[in-house]
Design a protein around this ligand. Structure first.
Ligand code: AMP
Ligand code: TRP
Length: 328
């Protein structure tokens, strides 16, 4: 039987963190045998806010390298850079022409990001979800594994696909989001009311995948908790709840086991044990990453192979779209 298709994307806007890993990448790795997979470093999304060219170039490679280091394998998955496949921009333009502005005005990520930038906000940032829809629809994607923050964008993609199919005839597969039951929203360490992010100003909020053991210990030591004592899962205590959730995801123990394990212990002990757990969990990934970074040409070879395979699939879809619209 033919395997279904998975597509997901990740920005090169900064360093990958534990939220990216637990909310998305880890699931990509474990699910990859069951599906045909495309994983895309979305550099065109990244430039919707200002970027330094040198840093962007470097981070694009780092993100791709980390995907392989985390266990994405070429037998099951195609890893590529978005700007290497021209059809993404081409389809985004076409979808722009059938997407009502009102749909985009409702996107909460745009509201959040644009409120931080005021008058500097680019048209590209507003249009971000349409480019994301193009990414997904080019590959006849069935499933989009993402963190919770991307749910609205995947739903919008579905709406755009439906509208295109209605206007021009059956063309696109309608995708579903896959959001993990736990880990879809890992919170910041110093501000557990906000999600962990790649943002540079908030370095102490995130554990980056390439952080050293000392950095990890320091960040966790300073993580915000509360003035209570008992260590329990409780959504009303976001700091402790987040630390326990990360512990749960990394150890794969159940919540009762974890609560009884920490009974009578204090926050310092929780943080220390969590730090060692995080360090050990990231160790193989970090070792793989450094090994891979030392292999001259490996990454370039993988990315050019990825762009070729993805390009072929995307090209046949965009040709179909042109035909349907009367552009060919
Ligand atoms: P981004 O860093 O925005 O490119 O996100 C890449 C993937 O990681 C997407 O699937 C996001 O939903 C997911 N993600 C980002 N931040 C978090 C977080 N704090 N918790 C869980 N998933 C996240
Ligand atoms: N917007 C996504 C994020 O920031 C990244 C992304 C771009 C994406 N294109 C995608 C995710 C297609 C899934 C599918 O997390």
């Amino acid at each position: 039987m033919d395997k279904k298709t998975v597509f997901s994307g990740i920005q090169a806007s900064g360093s990958l963190h534990l939220g990216n890993f637990l909310g998305a990448i880890r699931n990509w790795v474990t699910m990859q045998n069951e599906f045909n997979n495309y994983f895309c470093v979305v550099d065109l999304h990244t430039i919707t806010v200002p970027q330094d060219p040198g840093t962007l170039r470097e981070k694009t490679r780092e993100v791709a390298g980390l995907l392989f280091a985390a266990g994405i394998i070429e037998e099951n998955s195609v890893v590529f850079v978005q700007s290497h496949v021209k059809a993404h921009s081409e389809l985004a333009w076409i979808l722009n022409c059938i997407t009502p502005m009102g749909w985009l005005h409702r996107m909460t990520q745009f509201k959040e990001k644009s409120s931080k930038q005021k008058e500097e906000v680019s048209v590209g940032l507003f249009d971000y979800p349409v480019l994301q829809a193009a990414d997904i629809l080019l590959y006849d994607t069935h499933l989009v594994p993402v963190g919770e923050d991307q749910k609205q964008h995947v739903e919008l993609c579905r709406d755009i696909a439906q509208r295109f199919n209605y206007l021009y005839g059956e063309t696109f597969v309608l995708p579903d989001a896959f959001i993990p039951p736990v880990g879809g929203r890992v919170m910041g360490l110093s501000n557990p009311e906000k999600k962990m992010s790649k943002s540079e100003e908030k370095k102490e909020d995130s554990i980056f995948l390439l952080d050293t053991p000392d950095q990890i210990r320091k960040k966790l030591k300073k993580a915000t908790t509360d003035s209570l004592k008992d260590i329990r899962f409780d959504e009303n205590r976001p700091g402790v709840n987040n630390l326990l959730t990360v512990y749960q995801l990394l150890t794969e123990k159940n919540r009762e086991e974890i609560e009884s394990h920490f009974e009578g212990k204090n926050y310092k002990e929780l943080k220390e044990e969590l730090a060692e757990t995080v360090i050990e969990s990231l160790r193989p990934l970090q070792e793989n990453y450094h090994e891979l970074a030392g292999e001259e040409g490996y990454l370039d070879q993988m990315l050019s192979r990825g762009a070729e395979i993805a390009g072929e699939k995307a090209e046949s879809k965009i040709n179909q779209v042109w035909e349907q619209l009367g552009l060919r």
